[in-house]
Design a protein around this ligand. Sequence first.
Ligand code: URA
Length: 212
Amino acid sequence: METLVVDHPLVAHKLTVLRDADTDSPTFRRLADELVTLLAYEATRHVRVSEVTVDTPVAPAKGVRLAHPHPLVVPILRAGLGMLDGMTRLLPTAEVGFLGMIRNESTLQAETYATRLPDDLSGRQVYVVDPMLATGGTLAAAIEFLFERGADDVTAICLLAAPEGIAYMDAAFAGSGRPIRLVTAALDERLNEHGYIVPGLGDAGDRLYGVV
Ligand code: URA
């Protein structure tokens, strides 16, 4: 997996406030949204385009347009929803699919509990959003699901990543030959015994939406 940790002072500033336990939920939501838009700029660096010519009021000009008019953005429920608007701000024509994943506490495997996605993703570029790449189990299962439906290029956008999660993803897709990219605002130290990213920012879903 190709991993990009976005190195930018605005990203670092927003992430620092996001991490702060004293940041309230409305501020957290706004900052997550702003941060995603900055990450989305980097994450769309490989979006496919076709060459076109348009007529300016003066003369023909060569340019590009998105090769597929509707890139697919897939938030992983629930916390990924907090990243959706930040993505569609940059990709206003995107289609949005939904994937609900939960960890089965007996098998410890990620299971899909809700899907709302096109049946056929052949030839589609997909942007998966989930704030925290922790163990990697959920993200790997989500990406596998998208590949099974035919997606041929997947970029994951996460606010934070743990080395364990990246290692898991690398192992899960090693030798698959499938193009997978990760764009994140920071690579943190480790996971703790509860599976939380350290230093992290706590439970992203709870901080976005409260403890429900
Ligand atoms: N999910 C979260 O919300 N936070 C973590 O630190 C790890 C997984």
